[in-house]
Every structure is written in C-alpha cells, then in structure tokens.
Design a protein around this ligand. Sequence first.
Ligand code: NI
Length: 275
Amino acid sequence: MMYLFLRPVSKSLSIVALIVGLSSCASKDVSEEPSVPSLVGKNTGYGETSINGPVPQNPEMRLSSDFSRMSATSISSGSRSRKLIALTFDDGPNPSHTPRLLDMLRRRNVKATFYVTGERAANHPDIIRRIVSEGHEIGNHTWTHPNLKKLSDDRVRRELNKTRDAIVNACGVQPRTMRPPYGSMYQKQREWVYREYGYPIVLWDVDPLDWKKPGPSVVAQRLISGTRNGSILLVHDLHGSSVDAMPQTIDTLLRKGYQFVTVSQLIAQKSVAAR
Ligand code: NI
C-alpha cells in the first residue's frame, strides 16, 4: 500500500511536465518546468526530444501476448516478416539507472522486457512494481546469475523458484519467460525448464557488448546497425553508459519504422506467423 501512496507524487509531477510541455508549444513561458534534466545525468540530449518535436509513439501495444501454441523451447528472434522488435534489459534492477531508463521509455511510450536477477529484485521491489505498472514485462534471470550448465537440476530449480517468488512478492505478476545468464544452458535443461515452468528460453540476436562499456554512442550504433525485423536486443540496465545509449537508439529505430513490443508479444507474433 505504501507504494500506492508514494507513486502519485511522481505521477502528478509527470502530468505537470506534460502540461508544461504542451503549453510551451503555445507560449514561451516555461518558468515552471520541473527539473527533468536532473533525472538524466550526463545525457544532455535526452530532455530535448519532447521540447523540439513530437515524440514518436509506439502504436503496437495491443498485440496479443498468447504464445501457448509455441513449439520451440528457445528463441533468439521473432518473425522476420514485420517490423516488430523487443528491447531487453538484463541484470537489474539498479536503483539509479533503472528508474532513469523507465523515464526514457515512458516518455516515448516504448515497452520493454526486464530480465531481473532475483537477488536484485528482492532488494528493489519498488522498482519491480514500477516496471510492471508502466506496462513492461519481467522475465526470470535466476537468483545469483550462475552458469546453469555447471549446476544440478535441483540447483537450477532453486535459482528459478527463488527469483520467481521475489518477483511475485514484489509485484504480483509471474514471469513468463526466462533468460539464462551468459545464454548458457544445455538443450536438455531448456526442455525440462519449459516443461516444468512453461518458460520459453529467450536469447537475443543483437548484442552490442555494452558490458564492456565502449561508450553510449558506440552501443547505440551497434544496436541500430544490428537490428532487423523481429530482433531481440540485449542491453544491461546495470550500467549507466548503456542506459545513456537508449534515447539515440530508441529514437533512431522508431524513425526507421520499428515498433517496440515485449518479448511475449514478439513470441506470440512468431507463433501466429508459424501457423
Ligand atoms: Ni545476465
């Protein structure tokens, strides 16, 4: 309940920001503009999008997310026939970078998928609730981020169960997919996890190696040049420089006509295409 009482404070701030943003189109008086730039740190370009022009909107949020007819246990991209893509963020939530990222996504009406580790989810349930309440999807990325190929089935189960429970405790929503740390999982493990949990194993086809911290513009360029229809983009919201790359990445991909959907929606479209 605490959350319900706290959230309206920032919601009303964002409404104020919207009203000020709209009225500034007609009038030059922006004296009451709230300090939005302080949310974005060094990324000075971020605040300009809504001021200088219309923000590109994501029109595909009513897509189905039913993938019950899916046949494969693992997936690294969606259907190549439509310009739908999924932005995924791993290893969070991070108390400073993830809220900043959520602000960027909300401003653009872009929905993403967060593969959180259970340990961090348990430490930051407020961020987990915000992720879900803003229309994003949460996936299971294990509790301690181990290489699952080195674990017994029972240890894998414990990793998945504890993480699922932390997510459900925080936001009341079950994760629907999982991503193995390092993408590392035997085919046998993929099959029994899919059987027991119903989780498709979600990998990726665009990896900017952002964890090596090559800088926001390099991360953005790698993501933009690697993306095609159905792509699943791998980013880590654990790193500030990766989050800094998002405005350029998202705005460019929106201008190229891509529509951002969650992983479940992307999978559902693929299973529709396969029928
Ligand atoms: Ni990871």
